[in-house]
Design a protein around this ligand. Structure first.
Ligand code: NAD
Ligand code: GDD
Length: 336
């Protein structure tokens, strides 16, 4: 029994109480890893299957002695102060976003070196790409090599770019094996769906689920802004492939099927079976157009996403409809 435990690969997931971190813990367990999760909070929507879970603050350097040792094979760093356009692109949260996430990344890297961890994954973002390549909603350019000259459109994007450089520096100077993915709008069940940090797929699912047939919903902007959306299971698959690979350069992890926010709303509406009017209002919008360029990741990892958007949105909508229904029938659940 002991010998069997000793051969298990051991992973620490930072941000295991969050959306992608929670799904990653499930995936690592299904592959037979021993997993330690850490987060400010326990997952909100379902039980964590992590072997151990520490509720703690990764900004605190003293936490890391409890988390890391040379027996840890992989550290997955997904903890960040983040949200969707309503949280990141108003300017109201810039200081906290930069300060909190930078402290976490500085601590994680130093602790990995001190504790002899060999390999670290870092979740960067499409928000690192320059504004000047994302002005035309029909022709954004998010090839990895276009990230410089740098001009991210948010402080969140600047912190992610700084962090990418930090991981690269620790790799260069301390021989740490680092793997960096630039996530492009990840969605799916058990993601943040209300409260102000939700992204467009969850926000539109919630608004449509809560609306009466024949009523109306609001979306921010004219709806012609474009994005691509990647289902969370695909994201986790790409993370695992990247972590096992020899690919040291940052790669996009996203879907390359670009659609407008108007099309996203129409698709969710079709899934809901409702006919609703769309009111287009002022709101935080971020870049005008964005799409994942998957040329590099396909060449390096042979990965391309399989789940089609309609299927992913169907399962996301069903989960959010259930949350909305629970909220309506349970007065103890906080309202959005
Ligand atoms: P999430 O907000 O659901 O998860 C992040 C987790 O980090 C949260 O559970 C939060 O409590 C935790 N955290 C924050 N500060 C912490 C601290 N000081 N100590 C411990 N834990 C702390 O977000 P997510 O969607 O799961 O994103 C995971 C990572 O991927 C983040 O780094 C995010 O920036 C990046 N990313 C996500 C997307 C996306 O579309 N979801 C896109 C680009 C990049
Ligand atoms: N969140 C949200 N809620 N967005 C809406 C809404 C709404 O009700 N209505 C329209 N939108 C529009 C936003 O104005 C924006 O133009 C677009 O939908 C996409 O918004 P989000 O999904 O919130 O964010 P994003 O794609 O701009 O950025 C997200 O993805 C990045 C990676 O691609 C964020 O989650 C970032 O954290 C992430 O790094």
């Amino acid at each position: 029994m002991k010998a069997e435990t000793e051969t298990l690969k051991r992973a620490v997931v930072c941000g295991a109480g969050g959306f992608i971190g929670h799904h990653l813990v499930n995936r690592l367990k299904s592959e037979g890893f021993w997993v330690l999760g850490v987060d400010l909070k326990y997952p909100e929507f379902s039980h964590s299957v992590a072997d151990s879970f520490i509720v703690g603050d990764l900004r605190d350097p003293s936490l890391y002695d409890k988390l890391l040792s040379s027996e840890i094979d992989h550290v997955y760093q997904l903890a960040a102060d983040m949200g969707g356009a309503g949280y990141l692109f108003t300017g109201d949260n810039d200081a906290d976003v930069m300060h909190n996430s930078a402290l976490i990344n500085l601590n994680v890297l130093q602790a990995c070196v001190q504790h002899g961890v060999q390999r670290v994954f870092y979740s960067s973002s499409a928000c690192v790409y320059p504004t000047y390549n994302q002005l035309d909603p029909d022709n954004p350019n998010c090839k990895e090599a276009t990230v410089y000259p740098a001009e991210p459109d948010s402080e969140y994007g600047w912190e992610k770019l700084f962090a990418e450089r930090l991981y690269e520096s620790f790799s260069r100077n301390y021989g740490l094996e680092t793997r960096v993915a630039r996530f492009h709008n990840i969605y799916g069940p058990e993601g943040t769906w209300c409260g102000g940090k939700e992204k467009a797929p969850a926000a539109l699912c919630r608004k449509i689920a809560a609306a009466m047939n024949g009523g109306a919903i609001e979306i921010w902007g004219d709806g012609r802004q474009t994005r691509s959306f990647l289902y969370v299971a695909e994201c986790v698959e790409a993370v695992r492939r990247l972590m096992e690979s020899d690919c040291r350069e940052p790669v996009n992890v996203g879907s390359d099927r670009m659609i407008s926010i108007n099309e996203l709303a129409a698709t969710v509406m079709r899934i809901s079976g409702k006919t609703l009017k769309i009111n287009r209002i002022d709101g935080p919008q971020g870049v005008r157009g964005r799409n994942s360029d998957n040329t590099l990741i396909e060449a390096r990892l042979g990965w391309r996403p399989g789940t089609d958007l309609e299927a992913g949105l169907r399962s996301t909508y069903a989960w959010i409809l259930d949350q909305v229904t629970q909220q309506l029938t349970n007065p103890e659940m906080p309202s959005c």
